[in-house]
Write a protein that binds this ligand. Structure first.
Ligand SMILES: NC(=O)c1ccc[n+]([C@@H]2O[C@H](COP(=O)([O-])OP(=O)(O)OC[C@H]3O[C@@H](n4cnc5c(N)ncnc54)[C@H](OP(=O)(O)O)[C@@H]3O)[C@@H](O)[C@H]2O)c1
Length: 280
């Protein structure tokens, strides 16, 4: 057990941020969580919830007071708009005494990540997870209402990662020595097809799920109906249609950094079985 430390988590109400918060709490650290709206944050007891906006860095000054570690996201506002405020955030962080920073990679060349990498005043670690297992929650509605998943590119491969493991790697990098200047590609323990994942969800809910393969055109229609922007749709077509090697190659980051094996999708599906409807 390392000494108790004070850590500020941004994006704390998000898929990854909630896991960073949970891991830090489990490890006995004091957690401050940033949100733009404390009334909606719904964070666990023991977390100090503070309001602030990453697009307006000076609002972070009270949140940064007395903090030694800082977890950052690279976007803020509508549609994951890349933050332009990295240099000022880092200036405030250094002034407050922050020594370690983790940043959740949000695609190539985001200004905030570039600013973090250029900062030699802190030990920074770039967290580069592949596809989140939590993305499968997008299937919940179709599974609950029709016992069906509708997806394009069903034979695509993914080394998808449990978001809890991203949180665990972040918590270690924020509180222990030896992770400065590292870029961690974080994956699950196996490479799965869409069909493998659907089978795992069906097993967890105790009821069959059929997989319907969509054409690209049908997929675009479905994503538009779900409210995705053209930019996100373009990204999904690229990421799913020709998944880069990094997205379908297992790394040993989770085990190396946390000392525990990476969690499987089967495990994730069991933990989330309720979201996919009642057992038969
Ligand atoms: N989905 C994937 O498979 C995948 C894979 C690899 C990497 N990624 C990357 O992961 C990131 C998304 O992470 P996520 O899914 O955990 O996010 P998320 O669930 O969409 O959560 C967004 C978070 O950002 C906070 N936020 C947004 N604008 C803010 C601002 N101006 N000031 C302060 N906080 C702000 C929100 O806080 P409040 O609303 O509480 O203020 C919320 O906590 C993206 O960069 C994406 O590229 C995703």
């Amino acid at each position: 057990m390392t000494q108790t430390q004070n850590i500020l988590v941004t994006g704390a109400t998000g898929t990854v941020g909630r896991q960073v918060v949970a891991e830090l709490l489990t490890r006995g650290h004091r957690v401050r969580a940033l949100t733009r709206n404390a009334a909606k944050a719904d964070l666990p007891a023991g977390v100090e919830v503070v309001e602030g906006d990453l697009t307006d860095p000076d609002t972070l000054t009270p949140a940064l007071e007395g903090v030694t570690g800082l977890h950052l996201i690279t976007f803020g506002g509508a549609y994951f708009a890349p933050l332009q405020t990295g240099p000022r955030i880092l200036e405030l962080a250094r002034a407050a005494g922050v020594r370690r920073v983790t940043v959740l990679h949000g695609g190539e060349g985001t200004p905030l990540e570039d600013a973090v990498r250029a900062d030699d005043g802190v030990d920074w670690t770039v967290l580069m997870p592949v596809e989140f297992m939590a993305n499968a929650l997008e299937w919940a509605d179709g599974i609950v209402t029709r016992d069906e998943v509708r997806e394009p590119f069903v034979s695509r491969l993914s080394a998808m990662v449990h978001e809890g493991d991203i949180g665990a790697v972040a918590a270690v990098a924020l509180t222990e020595e030896g992770h400065g200047g590292q870029e961690y590609v974080i994956t699950g323990p196996e490479v799965l097809t869409v069909a493998d994942k659907v089978a795992a969800v069906a097993g967890a809910r105790g009821r069959a799920v059929s997989l319907v393969e969509l054409t690209e055109e049908q997929a675009v229609e479905q994503w538009r109906a779900a409210g995705h922007t053209d930019e996100v749709i373009g990204f999904l077509l690229e990421a799913y249609g020709s998944t880069p090697e990094i997205g379908r190659t297992v790394t040993d980051t989770v085990e190396k950094v946390t000392g525990r094996p990476a969690r499987t999708f089967r495990q994730w599906a069991q933990e989330h079985a309720e979201a996919f409807g009642p057992h038969a």
